[in-house]
Ligand binder design. Sequence first.
Ligand code: APR
Length: 275
Amino acid sequence: MERGEYGTPEKRRRRRCLIVTVVAVLLLIVIIAIVLGLTLRKNTDTFTSTFTARCEKFEGYDCEKVWGAFEEAYVGRDPCKVPPGAYDPFIAAAPLKPACNRMMFWSKTKDVVHDFTEKKDCFITVEDTLMGNVVDGLTWCGKEGSTETFTTGCPGWTDCENNTVRSFWNRVSTAFADAACGDVSAMLNGSIDTPFHPKSIFASIEMKRFHPSTVKSLNVVLVTQKSTVTNCTNASLKDLQKELAEGIKYSCKEVAETQIQECGSNPDIACGACW
Ligand code: APR
């Protein structure tokens, strides 16, 4: 049998086979890298467009500037090393509009309070302001050495103290509480043992910042259900009164969740008549 320059036909066939395999594997790696890159890019783009679309619903803000200031807080950073102060430029770019006597704080009543504020223009929660609304319900973080915004694989709320999302809500809640003025409301949950929980944002951050020079009163709306386990005499609400700065009046009212829902759906009932 004739032997060519590059060995037997069998060897040449094997070599060709090997080359084809190597090229195919390389091609596959390149395709995977491109798809991965595009997916990550899409991740950032989807997050940016959600943020921007929500921002544009508010009048009088420069949404490009707001986005830039927001991104600056966490992009390229270890997602466990974003302190609340990193969001200072964002807070400055999205200033709160005055809402004395209309500010509503809450703890463990997220759905009922927002259902109410969305339907009836009586109160404003931080999630109804631009600064809270743009990322309400979202998860995001950055990564060292990357310019992307990731929406998966981010540390959870309790995974580390200074995580991207937790620091955001701490910072935004601080700003919202600092702006509190006049008669302030708080919707707390009457179906749990500790409606005023010391570890909650409301107890640990917001209430501590109410100042008698600007806040006249704190009016607790304790949301009750059939399964209600507590009322306004609850021990944690006694703690709340002790912690409330001197000079700020306090009231507490037990209100059935159904009453809040009905009032929210009835445009004929005035704000002051809901409870
Ligand atoms: N994991 C993820 N998110 C959490 C977690 C957690 N373990 N704990 C709290 N959060 C976020 C969620 O967005 C949740 O809906 O904080 C929100 C409020 O948590 P609550 O325990 O219900 O209440 P609280 O901690 O008192 O915070 C509410 O902070 O958002 C501001 O002004 C707002 O007054 C309100 C207060």
